[in-house]
Design a protein around this ligand. Structure first.
Ligand code: NAD
Length: 430
């Protein structure tokens, strides 16, 4: 099938590369010329495991190409995905101007029946607006269908997730569009849930909000563990063994970040408000998440006493491991708070050193995790990269001025750290 993807970011590129991999002919489009030029040269604008290889194989096989022209993509394809950003606006609502722009440009270039697919995460009723826009700016008499096909991939394992999803959700209004979407996803082995467009839109916001709720819930329980002397890891294990709960998303830490959870929870709260429902539960989920970052800075202050002129080494900047994505990473708030109190911060992240440059000033960027803890008064762990779990901690201790670790991701066992001679503080454990 011939497919165009408008927006070649984390979702668009992975969708494009994976659909090409399963045999479709895909054109990835972006209005960022520098990005398209990079892709044409075989360079990657983002880091995502396995993506570079997948793109290069499919470009070679002539199933994948890149352009800045929506017109070329629309002319050549039957299915057109909209995968542009839907960032948060000041008031927490989703900024849908990119989706609107692209819908208009698609409309202006429609000359025959196409399926226009919302891949971006959008609030319920966006499909209605996309339809209206296509009608308003399209040529009269040219038919189209709008489909909602939310994406559930996770950065860091996006290719694997796209090719092996738990489910594929397709919100449709016509049998024709349903048939085309099922054919498109036929090579991927996953249950397909067919719904109306609005339900599909809500499935995405509700799923992300539920996962964020699970994280805030366990983080709230971690506070109680810490205050009472219980162990959050054991508590989470005991909860997770209940099949109705399950073990995933029960890792206590410094809270969620990234380009999805914060903005999707915000957008869901906002659309609920607009529709007349005050989603207080989700507002508390957001409060707990923000509070967690503040509590972590307090924990650092409580162990170091005075932060001014202290050397603090930081491991991990990206919002989670295996990605270079810094959007809404807890590291941003935490490092800035430490600097505000006069601490000197040295950082190392296996993935996000380049992208982090624009977020910080007066931070020393180190070449490896050893350098980040050299002469440090404290080592602060903000992202649970595997490399840190495997770190040579004996060497780390020798390098530090003071063997103090404040671990925001619970990557080590307190007994082991204490045997090695560290003063080790983590989340929800004493
Ligand atoms: P991104 O910012 O990485 O990519 C968006 C791309 O769209 C950019 O490259 C931008 O240049 C391009 N773009 C913007 N306007 C354009 C236009 N008029 N014409 C052509 N290209 C245009 O964003 P992303 O992380 O890929 O997210 C895209 C959407 O998918 C968002 O709605 C997001 O919520 C959703 N989503 C993201 C993830 C994730 O893990 N990143 C997962 C699921 C869903």
């Amino acid at each position: 099938m011939k497919v165009a993807i408008v927006g070649s970011g984390y979702v668009g590129l992975v969708t494009g590369a994976c659909l090409a991999e399963v045999g479709h002919i895909v054109i990835c489009i972006d209005n960022n010329k520098a990005k398209i030029d990079m892709l044409k040269r075989g360079e990657m604008p983002i880091y995502e495991p396995g993506l570079k290889e997948l793109i290069s194989q499919n470009v070679k096989a002539k199933r994948l190409s890149f352009t800045t022209s929506i017109k070329d993509g629309v002319d050549a394809s039957k299915v057109i995905f909209i995968a542009v950003g839907t960032p948060p606006r000041e008031d927490g609502s989703a900024d849908l101007s990119y989706v609107e722009n692209v819908s208009r440009e698609i409309a202006e270039n429609l000359t025959s029946y196409k399926v226009v697919v919302e891949k971006s995460t959008v609030p319920v009723e966006t499909g209605e607006w996309v339809k209206r826009t296509l009608n308003r700016y399209g040529k009269r008499g040219v038919k189209f269908d709008v489909v909602s096909n939310p994406e559930f991939l996770r950065e860091g394992s996006a290719v694997k997730d796209f090719l092996n999803p738990d489910r594929i959700v397709i919100g449709v209004e016509s049998k024709e569009a349903e048939k085309i979407m099922k054919e498109l996803y036929n090579p991927i082995n996953a249950p397909i849930l067919v719904t109306d467009i609005k339900s599909a839109e809500i499935i995405k916001h509700a799923s992300n909000s539920f996962l964020a709720t699970k994280i805030s819930f366990i983080n709230a329980v971690a506070e109680i563990c810490e205050k009472s002397g219980a162990d959050i890891k054991k508590v989470a294990e005991g909860m997770g063994l209940d099949q109705r709960i399950g073990p995933r998303f029960l890792n206590a830490g410094i809270g969620y970040g990234g380009s999805c959870f914060p903005k999707d929870v915000d957008a869901f709260v906002h659309i609920a408000d607009k529709l007349g429902y005050d989603f207080k539960l989700l507002k508390e989920v957001q409060n707990i998440n923000q509070h967690k970052r503040e509590m972590f800075v307090k924990k650092i202050r409580d162990t170091l006493w005075i932060l001014k002129d202290k050397n603090i080494g930081v491991w991990g900047l990206s919002f989670k491991p295996n990605t270079d994505d810094m959007r809404e990473a807890p590291s941003i708030d935490i490092i800035k708070a430490l600097q505000k109190e006069g601490a000197k911060v040295k950082v190392y992240c296996p993935g996000a050193m380049d992208k982090a440059q624009e977020h910080f000033s007066n931070v020393e960027f180190c070449n490896d995790y050893h350098e980040a803890c050299k002469n440090a008064d404290a080592l602060v762990i903000l992202t649970e990269w595997q490399q840190f779990r495997n770190a040579d901690m004996k060497k780390v201790k020798e390098l530090m001025r003071n063997p103090l670790i404040i671990d925001g991701r619970n990557i080590f066992e307190p007994e082991e750290m204490s045997e090695l001679g560290f003063d080790y503080h983590s989340i929800g454990r004493r």
